[in-house]
Design a protein around this ligand. Structure first.
Ligand code: PLP
Length: 412
């Protein structure tokens, strides 16, 4: 790993040292937090201390933190749990309003409800920079407010970094008494996220995006939000999330949340400034590269207000005439780890649904390359990418889009 350059922190980021210590310490202590004896009580104390750390970092009460196995489970619990509850209480509530740029953890959960439970999905469009207009959410609700089960919109997008007007959308939903969920997996730890001030009913967060362990996350849910459980069993975590509580991972998640809260301001400014240098250089040197997502704040704006439009760690480009995968593999061979931004489906690269929703043509969307920075990113990492990019770009663009043309696929 040592001489490789990792620029895929939105996929997962390095585990922080205090996190490893917290995990190890609890593993040594052991015990099941639900047991009544001393070992159980000690494990429970670890869990409750970590719950408090997470609550402080996201601006909620500790009773509002429901630990899950990660962001995916938190999103599933929110979308399905809210739908079953609201539709069960009033069968007219069948509409689920969701943005066209949601992570699959939200959109696939909603599509499951459409296929199996009578949900009707209505998609909230985004503009060319990937932003939601709250007025559009109002218009969708007002068609028939009594039929809306829930609204869901992500706080910040994992591919192109757009930060959404979550409080404005939640306020509109609240006017009609409709619960709103937000996926804050990418926002938490990168920009200020305050659950209480946002006005949402539920919010998903994840440990491994902020320097915590994988396989741990939380759904933050107000006390008055009723959720139907998705996992059934022993009734741990407010009776909505059964399963033996993973005290060691939770201890690590708590430590990561505390670290993120303490370093948020300095880190988001440091990272955004590095990111701006990367964006400016790519824009200058590659006329074929187009930055996707909102225009980043200038260094001065970042110093004054912090990032407000775009996640500080995100630089996402499409390179015209290049296959994003080719660029990724060529950069990887040069020791630079990046992403195309969207997962391939069963090994088949697909243009990103997020870029398509922003009106990017399919062929252009195939040239996507996402660079995401994190707490371990240095000046030297950005320099290494900028040094490796010319050769990788030249080779990827000479290969062009040939591999995926209909002509080519007919013969292979
Ligand atoms: N939501 C968003 C926006 C994400 O970026 C991710 C992870 O890629 C998830 C949800 C899923 O989180 P987890 O990996 O903890 O299941």
């Amino acid at each position: 790993m040592a001489d490789r350059v990792y620029l895929d922190h939105a996929a997962t980021t390095d585990v922080l040292e205090p996190v490893m210590q917290a995990v190890l310490e609890q593993m040594r202590i052991g015990g099941n937090p639900s047991s009544l004896h001393g070992a159980g009580r000690r494990a429970r104390a670890t869990v409750e201390a970590a719950r408090e750390q997470v609550a402080r970092a996201v601006g909620c009460d500790s009773a509002e933190v429901i630990f899950t196995s990660g962001g995916t489970e938190a999103d599933n619990l929110a979308v399905k749990g809210l739908f079953y509850q609201r539709n069960g209480a009033d069968s007219r509530r069948t509409r689920v309003l969701l943005s066209t740029i949601e992570h699959h953890a939200v959109s696939e959960a909603a599509e499951w409800l459409e296929a199996h439970d009578g949900a009707e999905l209505e998609w909230i469009e985004v503009d060319a920079s990937g932003m939601i207009d709250p007025a559009e959410v109002r218009a969708l609700i007002e068609k028939a407010p009594e039929s809306v089960a829930l609204v869901t919109a992500m706080w910040a997008n994992n591919e192109m970094g757009a930060i959404q007007p979550i409080a404005a959308i939640a306020e509109i939903a609240a006017e009609y008494g409709i619960p709103m969920h937000t996926d804050a997996v990418q926002a938490f730890g990168a920009i200020p996220v305050n659950f209480r001030d946002s006005g949402v009913a539920t919010m998903a967060i994840s440990g491994h995006k902020i320097g915590g362990p994988m396989g741990i996350g939380a759904l933050i849910a107000t006390r008055t939000t009723a959720l139907s459980p998705v996992l059934h069993g022993g009734g741990q975590e407010r009776s909505v999330r059964s399963g033996t509580i993973d005290a060691a991972s939770i201890a690590g998640f708590g430590a990561a949340a505390a670290w993120a809260a303490e370093h948020l301001e300095t880190e988001s400014r440091r990272i955004a400034t590095l990111r701006n240098r990367l964006i400016n250089r790519v824009r200058e040197e590659y006329p074929a590269a187009t930055l996707r997502g909102p225009e980043p704040e200038t260094d001065l704006e970042i110093m004054k207000h912090g990032p407000t439009r775009r996640l500080p760690n995100n630089a996402h480009f499409t390179f015209a005439g290049c296959e994003g995968d080719s660029l990724l593999f060529l950069l990887d061979m040069a020791g630079i780890e990046t992403s195309t931004g969207s997962a391939c489906n069963a090994g088949v690269p697909r243009p990103s649904h997020v870029l398509l929703a922003m009106g990017v043509p399919e062929e252009t969307a195939r040239g996507a390359q996402r660079f995401t920075l994190g707490h371990s990113t240095t000046d030297a990492d950005i320099e290494a990418l900028l040094n490796a990019l010319p050769a990788a770009y030249a080779q990827a663009s000479s290969a062009g889009l040939a591999a995926h043309t209909p002509e080519a696929s007919r013969w292979h």
